[in-house]
Ligand binder design. Sequence first.
Ligand code: AMP
Length: 114
Amino acid sequence: MSDTIFDKILAGEIPADTVYEDDHVLAFRDINPQAPVHVLVIPKRRVERLSAYAQEHPEFVGQFFSAAARVAAHLDLDGPGYRLVVNNGQDGGQEVEYLHAHILGGRRLTWPPG
Ligand code: AMP
């Protein structure tokens, strides 16, 4: 697996606007925000995508979603609400091949997405 931009952020090789970090995840603001709050959550254990994570480390999938919910709470989004999105693979619109969850909030989001 070649290094992605998120590997480089995790390694501190390129800067990121970090909003939360613990032993298992790193959360930082999306460089091209689609909502007033747009944060990406990545596991520190590198995996390409959710489907691979579910196969290789199913025990960590729940931890990852729990961590994403913790990050959203940390951003004060529990009250107003938020959207959690995981793009998986090409048809899912995944551009960076490093598992990440998008937290989107700060405005009323429409459904379905385009
Ligand atoms: P996805 O399409 O789900 O793979 O989303 C990748 C996301 O990463 C996009 O929303 C990009 O705006 C975001 N992104 C790409 N490069 C960076 C970066 N250096 N720092 C923060 N976010 C980034």
